[in-house]
Design a protein around this ligand. Sequence first.
Ligand code: TPP
Ligand code: MG
Length: 392
Amino acid sequence: MRDGAFDQEEDVTEIICADEADADPFVLPARQHPVNRPDPAMVRILDEHGHLTPHPNFPAGLGDDDLVKALEMMVMTRRLDVEGTALQRHGELGLWPPLLGQEATQAGAWLALGDDDQVFPTYREQGLAHAMGVSVVDILGAWNGTAHCGWDTVATHFSAYPVMIGSGTLHAVGYAMGVQRDVEAGGTPAAVLDFHGDGAMSEGDTNEAYVFAASMNAPVVFVCVNNQWAISEPTSVQSPTSLFRRGLGFGIPAVQVDGNDVIAMAAVLRSALEHARSGQGPVFVEAWTYRMGAHTTTDDPTRYRTAEEESTWDKSDPIIRLRTYLQDRGVIDQAWLDDLAEREEAFGAEVRAAAHQARVPVMADLMSDVYVEPTPDVLAEAEDIASWQEDK
Ligand SMILES: Cc1ncc(C[n+]2csc(CCOP(=O)(O)OP(=O)(O)O)c2C)c(N)n1
Ligand SMILES: [Mg+2]
């Protein structure tokens, strides 16, 4: 990271002043309103044509091996997502929240995370979950309603999905404050990566989380995945100003990144996590992307947005842009892509098979999954459940 990459005092001064000396002081400068457009300073390293331009503040620091891994991870993530949607349509899952188009936000995070960092996801981070070691069976179990959170959140460093919008931000900041205290007591420095959506920024929980993070200098990086929509509400209804600028208002250094550019995502998040890990406090990252599919399998986006709008994002596909870059440079060739396609098919079959194994709920788990050490009241309730089942 360049020294002072998140030092944004000048920018803050600029945005709180009117553009011209004689202007009405209560008219916001025009450039405060681009919530529907990327900010001119948005960090982008790999463009839509697969051309790379290094960024002065955020060196990519990735080798070809990392990029090949990222491409593979994004292809598998998309396959998991396509299978998830199809499984729900076949009645094999209760619900599925598609992530089509958002693969680079998760692959970039995966490349940037340190071994001891902890992720607090939204319900849409299935690709990152899988890459961090959560099994397909456990992911599908959560979407089949047969497990609250069937995975080990400590071993995987991947916390439970929150369904209440914004609630995960408070868990993330609380956890980060715990990490801060552990470090003071001699523990290993680590950072927390919190994902939330654009819509979550309208929740009280999220705003409280920003206040605590800034006031406590907590080692947390907020990634706002701005996919332009909160179900049927566009960002323009929720915010008159670019989302990353709201981070600045809380005193949190903030940056907007092209969320469909996996290299920019990895570069910015690596710097941001290092900033947090080294005790310099929180960072806010707005990932500018688009939800190409429905909000969930219960949603019909044709009711609130046009096919024309959706098609403007086709050229931004994060997978095509990285594949083009690697192919143009001869890092991968058609034989490699054919092999990947075969592995993708095999993974698709694995996902479909896993749907049949998604855990059958066991009543006793309701109590055994509550605490590591059961408390007396938890033990008493577990006994009640057992005797109720015997009497049935
Ligand atoms: C507290 C709360 N209010 C409302 C809902 C219903 N709800 C589910 S998803 C969603 C939109 C969230 O949008 P965003 O934060 O942008 O995330 P995205 O789904 O786009 O990834 C809403 C309002 C909820 N789950 N929790
Ligand atoms: Mg959204």
